[in-house]
Design a protein around this ligand. Structure first.
Ligand code: NAD
Length: 213
């Protein structure tokens, strides 16, 4: 764990992509791959791949390539995917429902254990096999069930208070979809997701297609 803390954030952010590509290679029954071949598939330089992997001891022998299954498992361990994380979703609206029904989370080891909302019309409805619980039971629930990650899909105005309540119960990670910056203590890991960011990047890029070398 201490080793992982020293690794730059940008490298950590690249690990899920390596993990996905390696998973695809495994599905294609590819057992060994060089950093050069991996770089061609992933459109990053081979030296970047080697540099990234060096933070974790290198993972492979020079000139012999990486053992795909070993590398996939090791990166999974670094990300904690081998242990699995339990999650809750707060805000069972359009986005919360879509995320709850996304099977990809479960495949990556993220187990959804609770969904909360404050709207009486929504409380008690079933999503992804779980009954939506009244937000007033949040603390009670978290005192009984260990939760690693809270997914926040409530409106902006509600998110800070909800985040504080979750964190107070010992949850260490928040995936924040609301467009508000959270103000929390340093020992909580927060990832903000803005789906419109890549859309804006795309908007920039499509205007430059054909105009740049
Ligand atoms: P929505 O209105 O469909 O759902 C919000 C849900 O939160 C509702 O069911 C509401 O009852 C519930 N809620 C409100 N206050 C609550 C509280 N105090 N406790 C518990 N539940 C509460 O909205 P949506 O379209 O699902 O979007 C949810 C949030 O995500 C919004 O803040 C929206 O701006 C944001 N959003 C972000 C992205 C992104 O890319 N980050 C994309 C879409 C939406």
């Amino acid at each position: 764990m201490n080793d992982v803390k020293k690794v730059p954030d940008v490298v950590i952010k690249r690990l899920p992509r390596y993990y996905r590509y390696l998973g695809d290679l495994l599905n294609q029954d590819i057992k060994r791959i060089s950093s050069g071949a991996l770089s061609l598939r992933m459109h990053v330089t081979a030296s970047q791949i080697r540099q990234d992997f060096n933070y974790f001891g290198g993972f492979g022998q020079q000139g012999y390539g990486y053992n795909v299954e070993f590398l996939y498992n090791e990166i999974g361990k670094i990300l904690g995917l081998d242990e699995g994380d339990s999650t809750i979703i707060v805000g069972a609206g359009n986005l919360g429902r879509a995320l709850a029904c996304h099977s990809g989370f479960e495949r990556r080891g993220f187990r959804l254990v609770g969904i909360f909302d404050s709207n009486p019309d929504v409380i008690g409805t079933e999503i992804a096999g779980l009954q939506v619980l009244d937000i007033c039971y949040l603390e009670d629930f978290l005192s009984k069930i260990k939760v690693d990650i809270g997914i926040l899909t409530v409106p902006k105005a509600a998110v800070q208070k909800i985040a504080e309540r979750i964190v107070k119960c010992g949850v260490k990670g928040l995936l924040n979809f609301s467009y508000a910056e959270l103000n929390l203590s340093q020992d909580v890991a927060v990832e903000n997701v803005h789906i419109s960011d890549p859309m804006m990047t795309l908007s920039y890029r499509i205007r430059r297609i054909g105009n740049e070398q």
